[in-house]
Design a protein around this ligand. Structure first.
Ligand SMILES: *[C@@H]1O[C@H](CO)[C@@H](O)[C@H](O)[C@H]1NC(C)=O
Ligand SMILES: *[C@@H]1O[C@H](CO)[C@@H](O)[C@H](O)[C@H]1NC(C)=O
Ligand SMILES: *[C@@H]1O[C@H](CO)[C@@H](O)[C@H](O)[C@H]1NC(C)=O
Ligand SMILES: *[C@@H]1O[C@H](CO)[C@@H](O)[C@H](O)[C@H]1NC(C)=O
Ligand SMILES: *[C@@H]1O[C@H](CO)[C@@H](O)[C@H](O)[C@H]1NC(C)=O
Ligand SMILES: *[C@@H]1O[C@H](CO)[C@@H](O)[C@H](O)[C@H]1NC(C)=O
Ligand SMILES: *[C@@H]1O[C@H](CO)[C@@H](O)[C@H](O)[C@H]1NC(C)=O
Length: 506
């Protein structure tokens, strides 16, 4: 700082004097000058050649004097004392002077730049010091009081400390002067980081960890929703339409959330009601089985996806009892397999009462022909564009899949199709536009849609569409014709998949 200001003074001096000389040089005619300007300036004496200064009176007889010389004045007719010095016509080094002026100008600009930087840095440093002080006070308060602080407090603190670390690092790379202050700041900030960490570890209840997990889940949910939006754009088949040639691909799963009863409830089903006449009314249902992985006792309803995501405004109901993960919801009614029987029942979701209970003729039950890796799903109800179906097996079918179309009012069987696919060797099944799609496990992270049975034509088919999964077991796959999504229960997690369809060639 000191050095620079001295330089400034010198520069200013240079600047002013050179200007003075310039003006003298620009008019090569004789000028009246005071000698003091020259004598104080060493520089000038080196740039100016030692030329004689002559008085107005002819003094040619004088020997060539030094730059500064004595000369005599004269008194004129009016008694005024006159004294004049004249510069000779000897060419003045104008070019040298001009370059000097230029250099000086550049130097002074450079100086001002440096000066501004220093000013900025000192302001910044002051600000950081203020913030550090504030932080210290806050951390001290947190230390002193015994109240348990929440995640937000720590996160805010950590954010601020991190931001300051970043700024200090930035400063360090740009600042060329003394780094003592900055190094000091850095140490203090590092201390602060340690302190915050220490404080955080003192929080004995595990709330922070849980909150973090929730935050992570929420983030993933957001990503999933974004990718869903893109998928929705790609889907160009109208809701409920069967104007396509079947499923051609499936998206990556979107993890919606953990089921409302928790980690231990690894089997169950969930979905969105398909009510073709009131498509604007949404109803989400979640039906985890009890931890015995057999009985369906409690289910929960939400009227919107937001409520579902936030666990808000739930309607919890109890029934005695359903069995397995084959539950489906259609037109605001739930269809379930009644425990220890070959009966199916229709439950009015408004009143939570069994409206109709009906035997499914010859259906095997009591875990006789359930799906691979999933117990107690002998009878699997399904919904497609045309209504209610049931997927099961009989002794007569030797365990191969039997498909029946049901009257959703009376639960009577309207029609039945026998397939050649052994039910216990498929992991799950769903129906789209009258076509049954069956899945099987490829490994713990993927299933494959590998088999189709078209009830419209009675044709069987093979295909290979890989389905990623988060955990090993997919239970209760439910298709919704409105959004063309599969709602899947994956060991306690609720997931959705988007189906893409083959366009019909006309
Ligand atoms: C200049 O003037 C001073 C005082 O008037 C005198 O002492 C000195 O000798 C003079 N120098 C010359 C070179 O005339
Ligand atoms: C420090 O805290 C005081 C009072 O809490 C506030 O007015 C000031 O703006 C804070 N300074 C900084 C840099 O955050
Ligand atoms: C940083 O913390 C250590 C130990 O807690 C302490 O000795 C040191 O003085 C602190 N430094 C600053 C700059 O606060
Ligand atoms: C079915 O889709 C094709 C295009 O894929 C379109 O040209 C046709 O009009 C559609 N038919 C109906 C009934 O929507
Ligand atoms: C099928 O979907 C997967 C996952 O979204 C994607 O990576 C793949 O490219 C798709 N395949 C075809 C043939 O569209
Ligand atoms: C359920 O029961 C209520 C009350 O009896 C009735 O208003 C409603 O229509 C029923 N819902 C269905 C889907 O049948
Ligand atoms: C379904 O059952 C109801 C009540 O028994 C009956 O009125 C209706 O006609 C049946 N629908 C079909 C398609 O069979």
């Amino acid at each position: 700082m000191m050095k620079v200001s001295i330089l400034l003074i010198v520069l200013l001096l240079l600047h002013s004097s050179s200007l003075m000389v310039t003006s003298a040089a620009s008019t090569p005619a004789a000028h009246q000058l005071t000698t003091s300007a020259y004598t104080s300036n060493e520089l000038l004496s080196t740039t100016l050649p030692p030329t004689a200064l002559t008085s107005s009176a002819p003094t040619s007889n004088l020997p060539h004097p030094q730059f500064v010389t004595n000369f005599t004045g004269s008194v004129n007719d009016h008694g005024t004392c006159q004294c004049s010095v004249s510069l000779p016509y000897t060419p003045f080094p104008v070019q040298k002077m001009e370059s000097l002026v230029l250099t000086t100008h550049e130097l002074s600009e450079e100086f001002y730049r440096e000066l501004t930087k220093i000013k900025e840095y000192s302001v910044l440093i002051e600000r950081y010091e203020q913030r550090l002080l504030n932080l210290t006070i806050r951390v001290e308060t947190m230390e002193k009081t015994s109240i348990s602080y929440n995640e937000l407090d720590f996160e805010l603190l950590k954010l601020e400390v991190k931001e300051m670390q970043r700024l200090v690092n930035q400063l360090k790379t740009t600042f060329v002067g003394s780094r003592v202050i900055i190094d000091q700041l850095e140490i203090e900030i590092k201390n602060m980081t340690l302190l915050v960490q220490e404080l955080e570890s003192l929080d004995k209840n595990n709330i922070l960890t849980i909150r973090r997990e929730i935050a992570a889940l929420k983030n993933r949910l957001k990503e999933c929703e974004e990718s869903n939006k893109q998928n929705d754009l790609v889907q160009n088949f109208p809701p409920g339409s069967c104007n396509h040639s079947g499923v051609v691909n499936i998206s990556k799963p979107s993890i919606i959330q953990l089921n409302w009863r928790g980690f231990s409830y690894k089997y169950g089903a969930w979905g969105k009601d398909y009510s073709p006449l009131t498509p604007e009314k949404t109803l989400y249902w979640v039906a985890p089985l009890n931890t015995d992985a057999r009985y369906l006792e409690y289910y929960r309803l939400h009227n919107s996806k937001d409520d579902l995501l936030l666990f808000k405004n739930p309607r919890d109901n109890r029934i005695t009892y359903g069995e397995g993960s084959g539950t489906a919801v259609y037109k605001n009614s739930m269809y379930i397999h009644m425990y220890s029987s070959r009966d199916i029942a229709k439950v009015n979701l408004t009143t939570n009462t069994v409206v109709v209970r009906k035997t499914l003729p010859n259906a095997a039950y009591n875990n006789r022909f359930s799906y691979a890796g999933v117990n107690w799903e002998d009878i699997d109800l399904a919904v497609d564009e045309s209504g209610l179906w049931v997927i099961y097996a009989t002794e007569a079918s030797t365990g191969n899949i039997v498909i029946s179309k049901l009257n959703d009012t009376s639960l009577e069987v309207l029609n039945t199709w026998q397939t050649k696919q052994y039910k216990p060797s498929v992991s799950n099944a769903f129906i789209v536009c009258g076509v049954l799609y069956a899945t099987r496990a490829v490994n713990t992270r993927q299933d494959e849609i590998f088999y189709t049975y078209d009830t419209n034509t009675g044709q069987e088919g093979r295909m290979s569409i890989l389905m990623d999964k988060m955990l090993e077991k997919l239970t209760g796959i439910n298709y919704n014709p409105l959004d063309h999504k599969l709602y899947v229960y994956n060991e306690g997690y609720l997931m959705t998949y988007d189906l893409s369809f083959q366009t019909t060639l006309q």
